[in-house]
Design a protein around this ligand. Structure first.
Ligand code: PLP
Length: 432
């Protein structure tokens, strides 16, 4: 199939005049995969429709939030209902209490929770809270993990274990960067050495328990447990950034799946049902350091916004009341991943598939991908070719190799099989 692109192209032309790069978030610009972005007009279930009327089966789902698929009736109804009562007050509401209670129930390590407006805000606030709580300045970040775009997290990989971070964006000061220490993921020894080299200076170890921002990567057995023990021993706050994995891998996120309990969790994406919402929460003792209970300041004019809370509440209630959603996600994703793996075997392609629950990534490398270094062995040119081929076949993937795909429960078996067949045609054309 050859897709029509004229409307998207003229919109992109106009967009570039008034918006930096034509987009409001960089990866949307398709720079990593070549070609121009498609402008999306609407979506229903697992199908996106663009401004030229092309339909795509989609496997990115707004980077995670649309776990029930697009325009889900329950969420739509809740949002419409909320809008009728005014879209903002900047004062406490019943919905905020309800969603806080529900989050604490679904994620047992969370005893108190504060709502914010994005995952970035959640992670940024957690770093400040951990510093305020421990009276220490430094935080440990894993190479290749993403915690939003706050200064402290935009730090590139250093050369050695004990190397201070170097900023990887202009505008991030060296002063900020020096308080972010980097270690490779899945390497307990490296983090133990780093901690030993900075006695009583580290406030928090932050990580995505199952990273999705260097492609989908799984924790090695014992790794998360090891971090837990290390933090207990050294008085360090263990932070799981579950902005992606929260409510996705299980109602209680990756911490439920792996049975390891963080002190604080950052949430986002699914928690807002598609509206701009983030949250952070955890141990009472730590959360009570947050203003106005405690001294660590954090605020938001639109935090706990009634429309956003209505969408989030409808989403979380649905997920809690329908555990079969997770069973279906598991089985439909397994069906697709197994089908694609079979194609790789048939074509004798030495590629690597990482998969857990409803997240997966196909890496164009013959190495096992366990951390950022091994993720970077992937052939991004090949990925670009694969992405463009899949798009022509009517399948919309994340426009970057270093992203996980996110399946929605709206994806039917027939659509999953279409995705498998599209993979067969594209991979065969690339290698035939
Ligand atoms: C998306 C993401 C963020 C940032 O969330 P925004 O809502 O984009 O600010 C933070 N952490 C992780 C793990 C994410 O996947």
């Amino acid at each position: 199939m050859t897709i029509q692109k004229s409307n998207s192209q003229s919109l992109f032309g106009n967009a570039k005049q008034f918006i930096p790069g034509g987009v409001n978030s960089p990866v949307r610009a398709f720079k990593a995969v070549g070609g121009d972005p498609l402008f999306i007009k609407s979506a229903k279930g697992a199908v996106l429709t663009d401004e030229d009327g092309n339909d795509f089966i989609e496997l990115i789902n707004s980077w995670g939030p649309m776990i029930l698929g697009h325009a889900h009736e329950g969420i739509e109804a809740a949002v419409i209902e909320a809008i009728k009562g005014s879209v903002s007050f900047g004062a406490p509401t019943a919905r905020e209490v309800e969603i806080a209670e529900l989050i604490c129930e679904m994620v047992p390590s969370i005893e108190k929770v504060r709502m914010v407006n994005s995952g970035t805000e959640a992670a940024m606030s957690v770093a400040r809270l951990a510093r305020g709580y421990t009276g220490r300045d430094k935080i440990v970040k894993m190479e290749g993990h993403y915690h939003g775009h706050a200064d402290s997290f935009l730090i590139a990989a250093g050369s050695g274990l004990a190397t201070n971070g170097v900023p990887n964006s202009p505008g991030v000061t060296e002063g900020t960067a020096k308080d972010t220490l980097l270690v490779p993921y899945n390497n307990l020894e490296a983090v133990e050495q780093l901690v030993a080299a900075h006695p009583k200076q580290i406030a928090a170890i932050l990580l995505e328990p199952v990273p999705g921002n260097m492609g989908c990567v799984l924790p090695k057995p014992g790794y998360l447990e090891g971090l837990r023990a290390l933090c207990d021993r050294e008085g360090i706050v263990l932070v799981f950034d579950e902005v992606m994995t929260g409510f996705r891998l299980a109602p209680g996120g990756a911490q439920e799946v792996f049975g390891v309990t963080p002190d604080i969790t950052a949430l986002g994406k699914i928690i807002g049902g598609g509206m701009p919402v983030g949250a952070y929460g955890g141990k009472k003792e730590i959360m009570d350091f947050v203003s106005p209970q405690g001294p660590v300041y954090q605020a938001g004019t639109l935090s706990g916004n009634p429309v956003a809370m209505a969408a989030g509440l409808a989403m979380l209630q649905h997920l809690k009341q329908h555990p079969e959603v997770y069973e279906y996600l598991q089985s439909i994703t397994y069906r697709m991943v197994s089908g694609i793996k079979q194609i790789l075997e048939d074509l004798q392609l030495p590629y690597t598939m990482n998969h857990i629950g409803s997240m997966y990534s196909l890496f164009f490398t013959d190495q096992q991908v366990v951390d950022f270094d091994t993720a970077q062995t992937t052939d991004t040119e090949r990925f670009g070719q694969y992405f463009r081929g899949m798009l022509e076949e009517g399948v919309y993937l994340a426009p970057s190799q270093y992203e996980s795909l996110f399946v929605s429960s709206a994806l039917t078996e027939a659509q999953a099989d279409q995705v498998i067949e599209a993979n067969r045609r594209v991979l065969t054309a690339m290698h035939g």
